[in-house]
Design a protein around this ligand. Structure first.
Ligand SMILES: Nc1ncnc2c1ncn2[C@@H]1O[C@H](COP(=O)(O)OP(=O)(O)OP(=O)(O)O)[C@@H](O)[C@H]1O
Ligand SMILES: O=C(O)[C@H](O)[C@@H](O)[C@H](O)[C@H](O)CO
Length: 223
């Protein structure tokens, strides 16, 4: 018995420890959530909502593009595989790096268009050697016309509406419902974003909570 006398001698410390142990999930992993999709689908908006609601550490993928990539996209020119290689590598390195000590949570949310299967595989490979990582993708799905309109209305961003067409040409839409051997990607959740931002944010937060809850038990440690 973790008896009362012992506990009293420890000033209640033992009791506090047991209470903490009960609250912890059985398996505690570090989670990396990539928020993906073509330009103006709402990656930044959604990632900020996850950071705010679940206290995840937020990494803005666009900040890791070299200057030449940003200049190219500002002119409405699509990037090539070679243009994207170093940028994808830089994002993959975030997965295995220890989170900054100042961050409130070990879990990361990273925005990254990740348009092609091959790009998503680079990000998957980034986590392969770190046994405690769980990596998931959220694909924000909306028709091209909706994204063109959002890009047109947006102010002060290097990517304009003239980039949208080529993003859809490049896109290899992930299919989580197909079997893996048929090219399916079971670690992707597709969320329809052709609706208001509040509804999208609510849906995404729920998707993340459910997925982490399923693996980690009832208690989701978010901070
Ligand atoms: N669900 C939504 N409904 C309407 N407008 C939205 C929605 N989500 C985001 N927006 C608006 O659409 C624009 C694009 O959103 P955001 O910048 O978050 O997209 P993004 O995918 O991060 O873009 P990029 O990849 O080009 O940086 C912004 O002006 C944003 O306020
Ligand atoms: O792969 C790409 O072509 C890029 O990542 C773009 O998608 C942009 O970074 C961004 O989304 C535009 O603002």
């Amino acid at each position: 018995m973790a008896d009362r006398d012992t506990d009293a001698a420890l000033g209640g410390h033992l009791r506090d420890q047991n209470a903490t142990a009960e609250k912890k999930p059985k398996n505690e992993h570090r989670w990396i959530w990539f928020v993906t999709g073509p330009t103006a689908c709402g990656k930044t908006t959604v990632a900020k909502a996850l950071a705010k609601n679940l206290h995840f550490t937020y990494v803005e993928g666009d900040d890791y593009h070299p200057k030449a990539n940003v200049e190219k996209m500002s002119r409405g020119e699509p990037l090539t595989d070679a243009d994207r290689a170093g940028w994808l590598q830089a994002l993959a390195e975030h997965e295995t790096a220890a989170p900054p000590t100042s961050s409130s949570s070990p879990h990361l949310v990273i925005t990254c268009s990740a348009l092609k299967r091959h790009y998503r595989d680079i990000l998957r490979a980034g986590s392969e050697h770190a046994g405690d990582l769980r990596i998931r993708f959220i694909f924000l799905n909306a028709p091209e016309e909706v994204l063109r309109e959002r890009a047109m209305k947006r102010k002060g961003h290097f990517a304009g509406a003239n980039l949208v067409r080529s993003q859809f040409e490049t896109l290899e839409m992930p299919d989580p419902n197909k079997k893996e051997e048929e090219g399916g990607e079971g670690d992707v959740v597709v969320v329809d974003v052709d609706r208001g931002p509040e509804e999208v944010e609510r849906n995404v937060v729920q998707v993340v909570r459910e997925e982490m809850g399923r693996e980690e038990g009832d208690y989701l440690r978010v901070n």
